[in-house]
Write a protein that binds this ligand. Structure first.
Ligand code: ZN
Length: 219
């Protein structure tokens, strides 16, 4: 399975990526992680990227694509992959398609996880972070607890700015504006499936797998 994972903030994309990776035995390739890794390992592209980031500039698409290429070519991706965090623009989607052509990859599918805006707000708004260790919990998980289950700090739970309603609405709007063209790009080529991210983690995962298998069979 070759998957490009896509979804608005708060739909549980990270959780789904983790399950998919475990059950389908394919690596979760987060572009943020592989970029950081390339920098750490001081690969040729990683050093170029570091130089640009040190100047406070955005790493250009061709370098990111180059780093993605190294990973997709490697043995760990021979049975598939879950690409996460790229593409975010149509230009990037086109560049990724050229790379797929080059690597003879023809079956990559965009999986779009979506959810109702009010549900996302409810979900994120109901999260609390520990200000000491940064762990995130749902309100039900920490009900009646005065200490963080992870680091044992006392009274350390708080609502992050990122999880406040006003900020979430803004993030969702930015997400919509920036990423909808990417979704359209894949949909127009019949290479996208959309999953409703509501429900338990298992329910969403089952929906995802069955839709994916359907899509792969049809293709
Ligand atoms: Zn903690």
């Amino acid at each position: 399975m070759r998957i490009i994972l896509f979804g608005s903030p708060g739909v549980g994309k990270g959780t789904q990526a983790k399950i998919l990776s475990e059950t389908q035995h394919i690596p979760h390739i987060s572009t943020g992680d592989i970029l950081r890794n390339a920098v750490k390992e001081k690969t040729e592209l990683g050093m170029k990227a570091a130089e640009i980031m040190n100047k406070g500039e955005l790493v250009p698409d061709n370098i990111v694509i180059g780093i993605i290429k190294e990973v997709l070519k490697s043995e760990q991706c021979s049975n598939g992959f879950i690409l996460d965090g790229f593409p975010r623009t149509v230009v990037q989607a086109e560049a990724l398609d050229s790379l797929f052509d080059e690597l003879n990859i023809r079956d990559a599918i965009l999986v779009h996880i979506t959810a109702d805006e009010n549900e996302i707000i409810k979900r994120l708004n109901g999260r609390r972070a520990c200000k000491v260790c940064g762990a995130i919990f749902s309100l039900t998980e920490i009900e009646n607890l005065s200490r963080c289950p992870k680091c044992n700090a006392e009274n350390s739970f708080y609502l992050r700015d990122d999880d406040k309603e006003e900020v979430i609405r803004k993030r969702l709007m930015v997400y919509q504006t920036n990423t909808m063209p990417v979704l359209d790009y894949y949909s127009a080529q019949n290479r996208a499936i959309t999953i409703n991210g509501l429900g338990t983690v298992e329910e969403v995962n089952q929906k995802l797998i069955s839709k994916l298998k359907e899509k792969i069979l049809v293709a």
